[in-house]
Write a protein that binds this ligand. Structure first.
Ligand SMILES: C[S@@+](CC[C@H](N)C(=O)[O-])C[C@H]1O[C@@H](n2cnc3c(N)ncnc32)[C@H](O)[C@@H]1O
Length: 237
C-alpha cells in the first residue's frame, strides 16, 4: 500500500483516500489483461451472484433512449452491454476492454442479438479510441476498483473528453463496505489481491466533483455482502 506522505492528510491538505478506508491497487495495469483473460471463463458466475442488482440499477438510472451514442468502458463479458444494446438498437454502441478473453465472451453474448448496431474493441480507459465530445452516455462498471488511486484523474479526464456537454456518466464500483461483514472482501484483498480479481473498495463521488461532474445519485448496494456503489453523474454544460 502506498502511504508515502499521504498517511491521513495529503501534501495538498486534502483528506487522503486511505483515511476514507480505501486501499490502493496492488495489481499493475500491465497485468490486468492477462488476469482477466484467465478469469473470463468463470467471471459471469461472480457477476451474476454478487453484482447483478447494482448493474441492473445502473441500467435503470441510465434512462437509455434509442438512437444515442453510448460507450461502455471495461465492457467485460458484456453483462451490461447486452442490455444497453437491446435498449439502443438504432443508436451507436461501443464496448471497450483491455482483455481479449473478456471481449471474446462479450462477442459470443452479443451475436445472439439481431437488428442492432455495436462494436467491441480492445483498448484502454487511459486512451479511449473514441472521438472527443461524442457520447450521450458513458458506462463504466467495476473498473475503478482496479485503477491505482493516483491514476484515477487521468481516466476521469478521458471520460470527460469523450462525453458531450451534459452527457451522462454511469459508474458502478466495488466500494468500501458500510457494515462490518461487507468489509470481508477488502480483508481478502489485503491477503491476496488476485483472489479478488484485483478489486478493492473505492469511492468516486468526490473525485467526480473535482473533475467538473455533477453527481446526481450515489447509492450503496450490498449483494452476498459484496458492497457496490452506483453513481449517476453528468458533465456540466
Ligand atoms: C471486474 S471486471 C468488470 C467487467 C464488466 N464491466 C462487468 O461489470 O461485468 C473488470 C474489467 O475491467 C477491465 N479493465 C481493467 N482496467 C482497464 C482499463 N484500463 N481499460 C479498459 N478495461 C480495463 C478488465 O479487463 C475487466 O474486463
Amino acid at each position: 500500500m502506498k502511504l508515502s506522505c499521504c498517511s491521513v492528510f495529503c501534501c495538498s491538505g486534502t483528506v487522503s483516500p486511505y483515511a476514507k478506508g480505501m486501499l490502493d491497487a496492488r495489481i499493475s495495469q500491465d497485468q490486468i489483461g492477462s488476469v482477466y483473460d484467465r478469469l473470463s471463463s468463470i467471471y459471469d458466475i461472480w457477476g451474476n451472484l454478487a453484482e447483478s442488482r447494482a448493474r441492473h440499477r445502473a441500467i435503470e438510472l441510465a434512462e437509455i433512449e434509442d438512437g444515442q451514442r453510448i460507450v461502455e468502458v471495461a465492457v467485460g463479458t458484456g453483462l451490461a452491454f447486452n442490455e444497453i444494446v437491446k435498449r439502443n438498437p438504432n443508436g451507436r454502441n461501443t464496448g471497450i476492454d483491455l482483455s481479449a478473453g473478456m471481449l471474446e465472451k462479450a462477442k459470443n453474448r452479443l451475436k445472439k442479438l439481431s437488428g442492432v448496431h455495436y462494436d467491441l474493441t480492445i483498448g484502454t480507459a487511459f486512451d479511449l479510441p473514441v472521438e472527443t465530445g461524442c457520447a450521450d452516455l458513458l458506462v463504466n462498471n467495476y473498473m475503478f476498483d482496479l485503477i491505482p488511486y493516483d491514476d484515477m484523474d487521468r481516466v476521469l479526464a478521458e471520460f470527460r473528453r469523450v462525453l458531450k456537454s451534459g452527457g451522462r456518466l454511469i459508474l458502478v464500483n466495488m466500494t468500501v463496505g458500510e457494515s462490518l461483514p461487507s468489509r470481508l472482501y477488502d480483508f481478502v484483498y489485503r491477503l491476496s489481491p488476485k483472489t479478488m480479481g484485483g478489486c478493492r473498495g473505492v469511492r468516486l463521488a468526490d473525485k467526480l466533483k473535482q473533475h467538473g461532474f455533477t453527481v446526481e445519485v450515489r447509492e450503496y448496494h450490498q449483494q452476498m455482502l459484496f458492497p457496490s456503489e452506483v453513481i449517476l453523474a453528468h458533465k456540466a454544460r
